[in-house]
Design a protein around this ligand. Sequence first.
Ligand code: TXA
Ligand code: MG
Length: 340
Amino acid sequence: MTSVFKIFDVDNDIKEIRNAADILRNGGLVVFPTETVYGLGANALDSNAVSNIFKAKGRPQDNPLIVHISDISDLYDLTLEIPDRARLLAEKFWPGPLTMIFRKSESVPYVVSAGLDTVAVRMPSNEIARAIIRESGVPVAAPSANLSGSPSPTEFRHAYSDMNGRVDAIIESYPSEVGVESTVISMVTDKPLLLRPGKITKSDIESVIGEIEVDKAVTSQLEEGIKAVSPGMKYKHYSPKANVTIVLCDESEFVKFTAEHYSDGVFALCFDHDPIDIPCVRYGSEDDDLAQAKRLFSALRELDELGAKQVYARCPRTDGVGLAVYNRLLRAAGFEVIEL
Ligand code: TXA
Ligand code: MG
């Protein structure tokens, strides 16, 4: 049985926060809101509880989880060392949508890190998330609360439809403000390495610690046989049931292309003001990368609800937060891109 707890206010809904925290402390699974996407949490120090996350999602065992904390002091027990650059990034961006990878301590079970000697940690800015973690008294391992391979849930109803019956409790709360998952950066390499782009951009990070590198897998498909630094980036991800194809072109070419390729079940995934003549779902305006990030995953789910079979998607700009939007869309498309 899955309970649903409504939590919209950290001060008023304290009873529900305590209920959720008790479940986590006692080894159960709780879906909770964060500023990026809804997460599927378990006590990170309890191997059994963490294995249940993999079962509930149908997630491959070799894909490690992010550990969520409510206070910077929680970092010490999880890590062997905290590089100075990481301290600077934590001061600037925590709480917030930045995940940093450290050398892990013995307290972090290998099921969390999928056998790696590193651990990914983030302190969410969503106050409900932090209150639940704080109240539970344990660090909380949490992937996005979708079935493995589906788009990440940015609204309660998405998380509910994927996780009802698979977890102990689901928190009903507001839609996620950011809409794409956190930026992931490895702090264990010589030069910090950006593994997954997010709202906190490469230049946001570089303005604090100087030059960083971007992993090739962010914008290209890993070749057969190459080992992923961040295992999550190698899977076909975020996919609706429809086949998605990115079409690289300008607005007028896209309007023409979609009209020419229209048949039953074909949809366009386009920007707010594109003058599209076929059935379409829109994901923000062309020059607003934050709006695109917030909309993308719910737009992908909407396409499924509408019964789309083939989706032609307009490509976002790839600078700023656009890089995160492009990275997710590229995976939803299984790297299928047509250049006109
Ligand atoms: O915004 C987010 O980060 C959301 C919310 C719930 O916090 N969580 C999330 O988790 O997106 P998940 O599991 O869907 O994605 C975690 C990513 C994966 O790509 C995984 O491979 C990578 O982080 N990762 C985790 N631990 C790692 C490690 N030790 N080394 C390299 N990559 C790691
Ligand atoms: Mg995920």
